[in-house]
Design a protein around this ligand. Structure first.
Ligand code: ADP
Ligand code: MG
Length: 613
C-alpha cells in the first residue's frame, strides 16, 4: 500500500505505538534496563525508600515502588507519552541536566512492549490513580488506595515482541542483570532505604547508611579490608571512592563501578586509565576492583550520547584520564595497598573474587582446606629459626650495591612501615623449607616468597638504573670468555648499551665471542656466565610472548635470573636485609610477573581458626 503505483506517498509518519516499540529496542533491552529506568524515575521523584520486586528474572514481573512525589491523574497519563518529561523543556536545559531522566522515553517504551500499571499519589491528594496500559494501547484509569509515591509494575516484558523475547537469556541470567542494576543504585545511594525482593526471597533490605557501611552491607563485611580509599579534587571535578588492592584482583570486570554524578556509566577511557595504573601489579588474568564517584558540573559533560544514558563524554577527556590514572597510582603506592590473607581465601586474586549469589558476597566457607598440613613439631622442620645457611649469599642482600647512586624511592619505606616486621623482635623471623620467610608483624604473621621478593627488588633496581644511567660493574678478576650462538651474539650486540646500564661489563670480540669482564653486584660469584646465558634465553622467551619494551624485558629477565631461588638457604641477617629492601620498593607484594610476594595472616584470623573468637 505504500507503493507509488497507487499514487500514495512513499514516506509515512509512523504511528506512536509503532515508534514507541522501535524506541523500546534502544532503551529497553532486557528487564535490567527497565529496572534501571524505573529506579532512576523514583530517584528523580525524590524517593528515600524504594522497593524492587521481581519474578522470573523480571521477565514476567518487575515492580518498583517508591515514596517520591507522586503524580496527579493528568501527569500519570501523560507520563506514558513519548517525549513526555517533566525534567527539561528546552534544549538548553539539557546542558545543565541534574536529573537521571530527561529523554521522556522510558515509560512510553516500556508500555509499548509490556503490560504496565502505575499507581501514584501526591501528598495532598485524597486518593491514588491507577493507569493501566497493555502493549502501547489506550490507558485505562481507575482510582485506588495508596500512600504518597508511585508504584510501577511491568508484567510480561516483550509479550508482543517475540523477536526480542527470544533474545532474553535464562531467568537466572536476567535476574543477575537486574540484581546488578539494583546493586549499582545501592552503592551510589547509600542514603536510600532499598529493598530488593525476588519471588519469596528478600535479597537485601538496606537501611540508610554511610557509604562504607553500605558497601559492607552489599559486598560483605570483609570487603573493606581489600580496598584502598582514594580521593582527588580539582576546582572542576572531584574523583573519589575505593580501589581494590592488587591482591584483590577479580576474574571479571563485573566489579568496576563508575558513577558520574550518581549515574552508573561505562567509560572506556577512565577504565583504561585505572587498569593501566595497576600495570605489573595485578596477578595475570585479573582485573582491578573499583568504585569511583565522579562529581562534575553537568555543563562539562554530555550524558546524552546514548539512549540508555550509560555513556558520557567529558569536555576534557584527557584531563579525566590523567586524573583517574594519577588517583589510582597514588592510592596504590600508599601503605594500605598491602594484601591480607584470610585463610579461607586460598590464593589471593584467584579465589578471593566476589561471588555472585544473593546474600551475596559471602566469603568462602570455613571448610576450605587451610592450613594445609599440620606442623611437624617432632622433626622441628618448620619453626626453629634457621641457623646455618646463607653461605655465599651475601652478594647482594647484605650490601645493596649502588645504594648511594640509586636514590631511594620516595616515601616508600615509610609508607609501608605499618606492615613491616617488628624491628625489635629479634629471632622472630624464620625460613621455611629454604623457600619462604616467615616473620612476625604487628597484625599477625607475614609470609614472604624469597625468590619473588628478591626479584621485585632487583627489577626496580634495574629500572632505576635504566632511568639514571647508572653503570658500575663489579670487575671480575678472571673474565669469562664465552662462545655464543650467532643469534645470541647478535642479541647481546643489540642490547649492549642496556646491559651496560644494568652494570654488566661485556666485550664483543667478534666471531661470536663474548667476554664477561664485570657484572652487577647482584650476580652471585661463579654464576656470571650462566646468568648471562639465562637472561638472553628468558629475554627471547618474553619477546616471543609479545613483550616489546626491551628495557622492561631485560629488567624482568635479569631480575628473574639473578634473584635468589627457592632452595637457597638464607641466614637471619640476609632475611632481614631482603625484607628491608623489599619494603623499600614501590610495590612490595606483587612480583614483576604478577605473582604475589607477600601474604599476611592476621592474629584475628588465627584466633578465629583456633576458636578463640
Ligand atoms: P524521563 O525520566 O526521561 O522524564 P520517563 O518516561 O522515565 O521520562 O518518565 C516520564 C515522566 O514521568 C517523568 O519526567 C516524571 O515526570 C514522571 N514520572 C515517571 N516516574 C515517576 C515516579 N516514580 N514518580 C514521579 N514521577 C514520575
Ligand atoms: Mg525516566
Amino acid at each position: 500500500m505504500t507503493s507509488s503505483a497507487d499514487g500514495r506517498r512513499k514516506i509515512q509518519i509512523l504511528p506512536d505505538h509503532v515508534a514507541n516499540k522501535i524506541a523500546a529496542g534502544e532503551v529497553i533491552q532486557r528487564p535490567d534496563s527497565a529496572a534501571k529506568e524505573l529506579l532512576e524515575n523514583a530517584l528523580d521523584a525524590g524517593a528515600t525508600r524504594i522497593t524492587v520486586t521481581v519474578k522470573d528474572g523480571g521477565v514476567t514481573y518487575l515492580q518498583v515502588a517508591d515514596n517520591g512525589t507522586g503524580m496527579d491523574q493528568d501527569d500519570a497519563v501523560a507520563s506514558f507519552l513519548r517525549h513526555a518529561t517533566s525534567k527539561i523543556s528546552t534544549y538548553e536545559d539539557l546542558e545543565e541536566i541534574r536529573t537521571y531522566g530527561f529523554r521522556g522515553e522510558a515509560l512510553a517504551s516500556i508500555a509499548a512492549v509490556a503490560q504496565v500499571t502505575m499507581k501514584t499519589r501526591r501528598a495532598g491528594d485524597d486518593a491514588a490513580v491507577m493507569v493501566r496500559i497493555d502493549g502501547g494501547g489506550q490507558p485505562r484509569v481507575t482510582r485506588e488506595a495508596r500512600e504518597q509515591g508511585t508504584t510501577v509494575t511491568i508484567q510480561n516484558l516483550f509479550f508482543n515482541v517475540p523477536a526480542r523475547k527470544k533474545f532474553l537469556k535464562s531467568r537466572a541470567t536476567e535476574f543477575r542483570h537486574v540484581y546488578e542494576a539494583v546493586h549499582r543504585v545501592a552503592i551510589s545511594h547509600p542514603e536510600l532505604e532499598l529493598r530488593f525482593v525476588n519471588g519469596d526471597d528478600t535479597i537485601f533490605n538496606l537501611k540508610p547508611a554511610a557509604l562504607e557501611t553500605r558497601l559492607s552491607d552489599v559486598f560483605g563485611e570483609r570487603l573493606m579490608e581489600s580496598l584502598i580509599p582514594v580521593e582527588e579534587r580539582t576546582e572542576a571535578l572531584s574523583l573519589s571512592g575505593y580501589i581494590g588492592k592488587p591482591s584483590f584482583g577479580q576474574k571479571t570486570r563485573t566489579h568496576q563501578y563508575l558513577f558520574l554524578n550518581g549515574r552508573f556509566i561505562v567509560h572506556r577511557n577512565i577504565s583504561h586509565a585505572v587498569f593501566s595504573s595497576y600495570e605489573n601489579l595485578l596477578l595475570k588474568g585479573t582485573f582491578p576492583f573499583f568504585i569511583l564517584f565522579i562529581e562534575v558540573d553537568p555543563r562539562r559533560v554530555d550524558v546524552n550520547v546514548h539512549p540508555s544514558k550509560m555513556e558520557a563524554k567529558f569536555d576534557d577527556e584527557q584531563g579525566i584520564y590523567r586524573m583517574a590514572g594519577a588517583l589510582v597510582r597514588k592510592g596504590l603506592s600508599g601503605a594500605q595497598a598491602f594484601p591480607v590473607l584470610s585463610m579461607d581465601q586460598g590464593s589471593p586474586g584467584s579465589d578471593v573474587e566476589l561471588q555472585f549469589s544473593p546474600r551475596q558476597h559471602r566469603w568462602p566457607s570455613a571448610d576450605s582446606p587451610w592450613p594445609p598440613a599440620p606442623v611437624d613439631t617432632a622433626t622441628g622442620e618448620i619453626f626453629p629459626p634457621h641457623e646455618s645457611g646463607g653461605n655465599g649469599m651475601a652478594w647482594s642482600l647484605l650490601a645493596p650495591p649502588g645504594r648511594e647512586e640509586v636514590p631511594p624511592r620516595q616515601g616508600s619505606v615509610l609508607t609501608h612501615q605499618a606492615d613491616r616486621p617488628e624491628g625489635d623482635s629479634h629471632g622472630l623471623i624464620w625460613q621455611l623449607h629454604n623457600k619462604y620467610i616467615l616473620c612476625q608483624i604487628r597484625s599477625g604473621l607475614m609470609i614472604v616468597d624469597q625468590h619473588v621478593a628478591h626479584e621485585r627488588v632487583l627489577y626496580e633496581r634495574a629500572l632505576e638504573r635504566f632511568k639514571t644511567g647508572f653503570q658500575s660493574a663489579q670487575q671480575l678478576l678472571f673474565p669469562y670468555t664465552v662462545q655464543m650462538t650467532p643469534g645470541d651474539y647478535a642479541l647481546v650486540e643489540e642490547l649492549f648499551r642496556h646491559f651496560q646500564m644494568l652494570g654488566f661489563d661485556l666485550a664483543l670480540f667478534g666471531r661470536n665471542t663474548l667476554s664477561i669482564q664485570g657484572v652487577p653486584a647482584d650476580v652471585k660469584a661463579g654464576s656470571e656466565e650462566r646468568i648471562v646465558q639465562e637472561i638472553l634465553g628468558l629475554y627471547k622467551e618474553y619477546q616471543q610472548q609479545g613483550m616489546m619494551d626491551a628495557r622492561d624485558n631485560l629488567a624482568k629477565s635479569f631480575s628473574c635470573r639473578s634473584a635468589i631461588k627457592a632452595g637457597d638457604p638464607l641466614n637471619e641477617q640476609e632475611m632481614r636485609s631482603l625484607i628491608d629492601q623489599l619494603f623499600a620498593t614501590s610495590m612490595p607484594y606483587v612480583c614483576p610477573h604478577g605473582r604475589p610476594i607477600v601474604l599476611r595472616i592476621s592474629t584475628e584470623e588465627l584466633d578465629r581458626r583456633f576458636g578463640r573468637l
